[in-house]
Design a protein around this ligand. Structure first.
Ligand SMILES: C[S@@+](CC[C@H](N)C(=O)[O-])C[C@H]1O[C@@H](n2cnc3c(N)ncnc32)[C@H](O)[C@@H]1O
Length: 279
């Protein structure tokens, strides 16, 4: 993802879901306000979700805040435009890295958060191991919210099979959540968490519906997050997005052309929620 300003304008669904999940997990997370609290967010993106829904819970006890992302462009936008805190650190980090974690990060955090980034890592097991290893050994906690199943993934796969788009989408499965086709999407994650040694864990599938104001609003989100447009000439973008919408409508069983749809567009999907603690 490399369009932070577009994403910042279009991320209404992500913002709604993170706000709700933070409220729902208040009693498990138990943000503590006594003493010096440290938090690293992974896949911070434009930064507004972190600042609007997590930061207010930390208050004056926050001593260390690390924003991290695999994309220098996303991180630079968050630093310049959204995360206006002198104490904030900005680190380029692949949450699924197989390299050793930097010494000044490993085992340092009371909290690790990550919203709508976990579905993009190469190995979710490795990402969970890294998250575990970033937590303080005595009671660090993580909260991860990720997309599980979504019509956008079905549309990506459908387009990758079309001759005109296939050459731009050879790695399409890197952008499809592994949970999209799973019969029991919790299984692997729970097994990984047990193997890795989380002392407490809770993995949940949340069925959701988001009513986008219009087809255009939904399209704007997809333009801001999909990696494929940047690989093709700009003159092809509109054609790609029209094919994308047609494929998404087919997946949702909507028997009309996207351009004929008026009013709000309801999208059903599921999120994967992962809570864990280390002790
Ligand atoms: C959909 S945005 C979510 C941004 C923000 N967390 C939010 O909820 O609005 C996904 C972010 O994850 C980042 N990302 C993708 N793969 C990543 C990885 N392997 N490690 C760290 N960040 C990653 C992208 O660069 C992007 O900024």
């Amino acid at each position: 993802m490399n369009h932070p300003e577009l994403y910042h304008r279009a991320n209404c669904a992500q913002r709604r879901d993170v706000e709700l999940i933070i409220k729902k997990y208040l009693s498990k997370i138990q943000w503590h306000h006594n003493g010096a609290v440290s938090l690293i967010d992974m896949g911070t993106g434009s930064g507004d979700v972190l600042m609007d829904f997590v930061y207010p819970h930390m208050g004056k006890s926050l001593q260390r805040l690390v924003c991290s992302d695999i994309s220098p462009k996303m991180l630079s936008y968050a630093r310049k435009h959204v995360v206006n805190l002198n104490m904030a650190e900005f680190r380029i980090l692949d949450m699924g890295t197989e390299q050793p974690l930097p010494n000044d990060l490993a085992g340092q955090f009371d909290y690790v958060t990550s919203f709508f980034a976990f579905m993009y890592v190469k190995s979710q097991r490795q990402a969970l191991k890294n998250i575990h290893d970033l937590l303080k050994p005595a009671g660090g906690k993580c909260l991860i919210l990720s997309l599980g199943k979504h019509p956008l993934f079905s549309a990506y796969i459908a387009l990758s099979k079309m001759q005109k788009w296939s050459k731009y989408m050879t790695d399409v499965y890197s952008f499809v959540a592994p949970q999209h086709y799973c019969l029991d999407p919790r299984d692997d994650i729970i097994n990984f968490m047990i193997e890795i040694g989380f002392s407490d864990y809770h993995v949940e599938i949340e069925h959701k519906v988001f009513d986008f104001e219009s087809v255009e609003t939904f399209k704007n989100v997809i333009v801001s997050i999909n990696p494929f447009l940047d690989r093709m000439p700009a003159v092809m973008h509109e054609d790609f997005m029209q094919d994308f919408l047609t494929a998404a409508f087919t997946d949702m069983n909507l028997k009309m052309k996207p351009m004929d749809h008026t009013g709000p567009l309801s999208i059903s999907y599921f999120n994967l929620v992962i809570f864990g603690s280390r002790s």
